[in-house]
Every structure is written in structure tokens, then in C-alpha cells.
Design a protein around this ligand. Structure first.
Ligand code: PGA
Length: 247
């Protein structure tokens, strides 16, 4: 991992509670160190509570618009003013359930950065795309749509999360070798634009990460920590996963 400080990020999705915030805040205080950053993405309605408990937080998505008549949306400037510093953009559930396109996601990425939030751009292929040998083509298109709109320099203040869709919530994890292969592909692709940006960028792995597989995954040369769904709701599992990420 070299000079890249790993991140372990918990994506709670539409789960969690004030009680869980207390438990995870206690864990996070124990494992946040020089070695790693620990981030939590609670449901937006729990954001203030999570920040007050001392957690470093972000939202799970953010609106692409500044403000106005967008019922139900999450305003990036308000997220920042609450004290959050991150947001996920383009999680596969947002892409598949809510129909977010690469263009929408690039707009959300831009809106996050404009308001001082660091976007964690989620990319990854479906099982069908992998079977058809299209993994690289898919992740390339997901990345290039942001680079073409906002420039390679926009990736300086961002994080990438590679999450194969077939591994999310299924218990099927990519092997460390499979994950490393795609992470290396992503970094090499970015190197073709700008070596320094590519070498400094943190690329997280996500998809059924747990306390039994995290150490080997995080030990891969181009994997800089993880985005954790189900296991981030279990304080002891999340703690063990955090401890396996070492800078
Ligand atoms: P999972 O979810 O760890 O439950 O597979 C990961 C994610 O969706 O970010």
C-alpha cells in the first residue's frame, strides 16, 4: 500500500439505529489510528447523531442539484455543514434500483466536490458482464465518464471503491487475486492519464468483505482498504476488519 493510508468504510445502507451508532463509535475510537481511516455511511436521517458520537461520516448518495424543489433528496452543502466530509456516489444499488446513469453519477461527483465533500466513486461489473468478459470495459466506462466530464485532476480529492456487483451481499467474495487484478487494471488505466494521481489514489475493495477474508484482500498491492456492507453492522466483525487494514 506504500504511502496510501487505507480506509475502512462501513456502508450501513437502510439499516442501523441510534444504539448501533453508540456501539460503532466505541469501536471506531479504538481502531482509528495513524494506520487507517475509519468512515461510516449511516442512513442520512442518522447523520447528525453519528457525527455527534464522534464518527467520521458521509452520506450514501447526494443530490446532483444545489437546492430547490427536489423532494426527498440530500443536499451536499447541508451534509458538509453538519460536519460530514464524504459521500458515496454510484453505489450499485443506486445504479440498479434507482436507475442512476454514469452521467448522473458524474454530476453527483461534481456536486460533492463543489461542496467540499470527498466522493467515493463506486464501480463494478455484474455477474453477466464478468461472464461475458466485459469487466474491464465496464469499469473503464464508469471511470472515464467522470474523467471526461471533470478531468483527471478531479480524482485527486476522491476515492474509488471497486465492488463487483455479484459479490455484494451474496457471501461470494472476489478472491484476493481476482480483486487485485481489477484494482491493478484500474490503477494502470488511471496511470495512462496521470501517474501521480493514480499512485496516490485510494482504491477500496467491496463485496462480502468479512473478518475472515479482509486481511488477505487488504494485503494486495493495489487494494487500499474496503467498503463494508453487512459486516459493518456487527461491531466485533467491523473492528476486526478495521484492524486488518494497516498502512
Ligand atoms: P456487503 O456490501 O459487504 O454486504 O457485500 C458491500 C456494499 O454494498 O458496499
Amino acid at each position: 500500500m506504500g504511502q496510501r493510508k487505507p480506509i475502512v468504510a462501513g456502508n450501513w445502507k437502510m439499516n442501523g439505529s441510534p444504539e448501533l451508532i453508540k456501539e460503532i463509535a466505541a469501536v471506531s475510537a479504538q481502531v482509528t489510528s495513524e494506520q487507517r481511516e475509519v468512515l461510516i455511511f449511516p442512513p442520512a436521517v442518522l447523520l447528525s447523531e453519528a457525527i455527534s458520537a464522534g464518527l467520521e461520516c458521509g452520506t450514501q448518495t447526494v443530490s446532483e442539484f444545489d437546492a430547490g424543489a427536489y423532494t426527498g433528496e440530500i443536499q451536499a452543502s447541508l451534509v458538509k455543514s453538519l460536519g460530514a466530509n464524504y459521500t458515496l456516489v454510484g453505489h450499485s444499488e443506486r445504479r440498479s434500483i434507482y436507475g442512476e446513469s454514469n452521467e448522473d453519477i458524474a454530476n453527483k461527483f461534481a456536486q460533492a466536490q463543489k461542496n467540499g465533500l470527498t466522493p467515493i466513486l463506486c464501480i463494478g461489473e455484474t455477474q453477466e458482464q464478468r461472464t461475458e468478459g466485459k469487466t474491464e470495459e465496464v469499469v473503464k466506462q464508469q471511470l472515464v465518464s467522470v474523467i471526461e466530464k471533470l478531468g483527471i485532476a478531479s480524482l485527486v480529492n476522491s476515492v474509488i471503491a471497486y465492488e463487483p456487483v455479484w459479490a455484494i451481499g451474496t457471501g461470494l467474495t472476489a478472491t484476493p487475486e481476482q480483486a487485485q487484478e481489477t484494482h491493478k487494471y484500474i490503477r494502470d488505466l488511471l496511470r495512462s492519464y496521470d501517474e501521480q494521481v493514480a499512485d496516490a489514489l485510494r482504491i477500496l475493495y467491496g463485496g462480502s468483505v468479512n473478518e475472515s477474508n479482509s486481511e488477505l484482500l487488504f494485503a494486495q498491492a493495489d487494494i487500499d482498504g474496503g467498503l463494508i456492507g453487512g459486516a459493518s453492522l456487527k461491531p466485533q466483525s467491523f473492528k476486526a476488519i478495521c484492524e486488518s487494514a494497516k498502512g
